[in-house]
Design a protein. Structure first.
Length: 490
């Protein structure tokens, strides 16, 4: 599958404060080159480095993130070409937790155990750790929107896989950010007492006390952070041990009920290419199941490439899935303005349609392929995107038109939240079980409460285990889309 929303998001590493940072400076007005980027250095918001004759500024804490990723979810902002050198500053940059906002966004019980939630009615949503910054979306929003009452599981995205080990993605957002009473789930402010847990982990702990039916699963990998899975596959036991030690850390062990593997993609290419072999996915999943035991949730987000010889055929998914509680085929991001000239096409088609640009790139194709491999229907959840993908320079209303590039978006060109699109570019028509809209020269595709209702009917007809979505902050303040999922599965 093409570059995706959920997959492009996962830049921005936070590491231990004790790690030494190399001196960095802001790029000069004359565009002199800042000090060269170092893979071992820690950088924080507004630190500037040079890489391949360009200057880049960090949007938040990072280490070992090559400064080429830009857009909404890239950690580095491209500041343009540079020349010459700039002497390092006399004082190294501050490495205390950020107090200003990095960018907002906007891309699974052993087989004998029934996952939490009624059969066929699992409602699983992604909570993006970086959403607490520019998007100002916090765990409390799950309560105020009414979403928490409709959930069975939360996927917390993401943990990193650096060096074939599970590691923290963003320490500040995860467990250090202090919440005021007004912003806290239970109306109680965080403290700076020794050993006190803060951040989203503490807010999730509080949420679970209010909604004890909700299970929280820590997801590792994603588009940006899947590179470490190649090393994990070389020593699955060591990987599983590192994950166990992190997830079961005494500071937050009560927060998490499961671990999720979002490997993009085993024995295939994503941001990087993996050649660890078709059995590597099963080895990694098996090691996690052995280490965590039968009572802990182990889940996985996987490719939804239903084409012949595509990503679902590149690895032995069925053997790995047999050890999982739930599996999340990512049935969105099939098409988008990563193909800048089009043709325009809905990014999350449920079925095929005349003129679809790629065979096998629709939700039902993935579900049927997985069924043919022996994956039980009730383990699979249907994926829903709470966002749209769009092009500009489009003259044709129906799908299949040409374009000149990505449509403008709030955080990144070519992507926009449902809560914005429903008003800024209302639906023009539907195709293949999803919606599209043309406004001016912009063309968008996205799901609505109505198309989600149809997709939930499909999920029930197919005997699927429910639905999952990326991600909470794209929904309206009163949770229109999650309500459509919940009602559609009843």
């Amino acid at each position: 599958m093409k570059k995706s929303l959920r997959r492009a998001l996962w830049a921005g590493a936070i590491v231990a404060v004790a790690t030494a940072a190399v001196p960095v400076v802001q790029a000069s007005a004359a565009a002199a080159c800042a000090p060269a980027w170092s893979a071992s250095a820690v950088y924080v918001k507004d630190n500037t480095v040079s890489y391949q004759a360009k200057n880049y500024t960090a949007k938040w804490w990072t280490q070992n993130e090559v400064p080429t990723a830009s857009g909404e979810w890239g950690v580095w902002a491209d500041k343009g070409a540079c020349g010459g050198t700039t002497p390092p500053p006399t004082t190294p940059p501050v490495t205390t937790p950020p107090t200003t906002t990095p960018p907002p966004t906007t891309p699974t019980t052993p087989p004998t155990t029934q996952p939490p939630g009624s059969a066929g009615k699992n409602v699983v949503g992604y909570f993006a750790e970086w959403g607490v910054y520019g998007r100002n979306y916090h765990v409390k929003n799950l309560v105020t929107s009414g979403s928490a009452a409709k959930l069975t599981h939360i996927l917390y995205a993401f943990g990193n896989t650096t060096g074939g080990q599970c590691s923290i993605g963003d320490a500040y957002a995860d467990y250090d950010k202090a919440y005021t009473a007004a912003d806290s789930v239970d109306g109680v402010a965080d403290t700076w007492d020794t050993g006190a847990l803060r951040g989203s982990f503490n807010q999730l702990r509080k949420l679970k006390k209010l909604y004890p039916n909700i299970k929280v699963i820590w997801s590792f990998g994603g588009w940006t952070w899947s590179g470490g899975f190649t090393q994990a596959a070389a020593n699955p036991t060591a990987f599983a041990n590192s994950c166990y030690n992190l997830v079961k850390d005494s500071r937050w062990s009560d927060v998490f009920d499961g671990i999720d593997v979002d490997w993009e993609y085993p024995n295939a290419c994503g941001l990087q290419c993996d050649a660890s072999g078709p059995d590597s996915y099963n080895k990694v999943i098996s090691a996690l199941r052995t280490k965590f035991g039968s009572s802990f949730l182990v889940t996985s987000a996987i490719s939804a490439d239903g084409s012949n010889g595509g990503k679902l055929d590149a690895a032995d998914y069925a053997s790995g899935i047999s050890k999982l509680n739930l599996v999340f085929p990512m049935t969105y991001d099939y098409f988008g303005a990563f193909a800048a000239q089009g043709p325009t096409a809905p990014h999350s088609p449920l079925t095929s349609y005349t003129g679809i640009p790629q065979q096998g790139f629709w939700s039902d194709a993935a579900i049927q392929k997985l069924k043919s491999k022996g994956v039980p229907s009730n383990k699979m959840l249907l994926g829903i995107g709470f966002y749209g993908r769009g092009w500009t320079g489009v003259t044709q209303t129906a799908p299949g038109g040409t374009a000149t590039g990505a449509a403008p978006g709030t955080y990144e060109a070519g992507i926009e939240d449902y809560k914005v699109l429903k008003n800024s570019c209302p639906v023009t028509g539907t195709v293949a079980g999803t919606a599209y809209a043309k406004c001016g020269s912009n063309w968008w595709s996205y799901d609505t409460p109505s198309t989600i209702a149809g997709k939930m009917t499909y999920a029930k007809q197919q005997g699927l285990g429910g639905a999952f979505f990326w991600e909470f902050s794209g929904d309206t303040a009163n949770g229109e889309l999650i309500t459509a999922i919940k009602n559609g599965l009843n």
